[in-house]
Design a protein around this ligand. Sequence first.
Ligand code: NI
Length: 136
Amino acid sequence: MTLIRFGVSIDKELLLKFDRLIKDKKYTNRSEAFRDLIRQELIQKQWQGDLEVAGAITLVYNHHKRELVNKLMDIQHDFGDLIISSQHIHLDHNNCLEIIAVKGNPKEALNLSDSLKSVKGVNHATLSMSSAGKEI
Ligand code: NI
């Protein structure tokens, strides 16, 4: 990897805000913060294309709703090739936390995420978009 230094012109107010932001986020220097911002944009872009991506879908739901549990299971079986791992955590008497790791086509991953999120009774769902590691 070749490191290249380059200058950036930026208005003072914006730079002050950036410095405050990266301090809050525990960055020790601007360069690493800037690199992460670029990577974040590249990941977003990658998720709009057709190259392989990886990510994690997190769900929180009440397992007493049997129909909901069955529906979530059916959907996951339909996307078996995309799911590389899943973990089920019993949060408390009622609630479950499920983390589903995915790797594959971004459109299919988004489709799976949307299908799970939209099941009635899912209390909270997030999709963490990441890279499969090759391109970034
Ligand atoms: Ni559970």
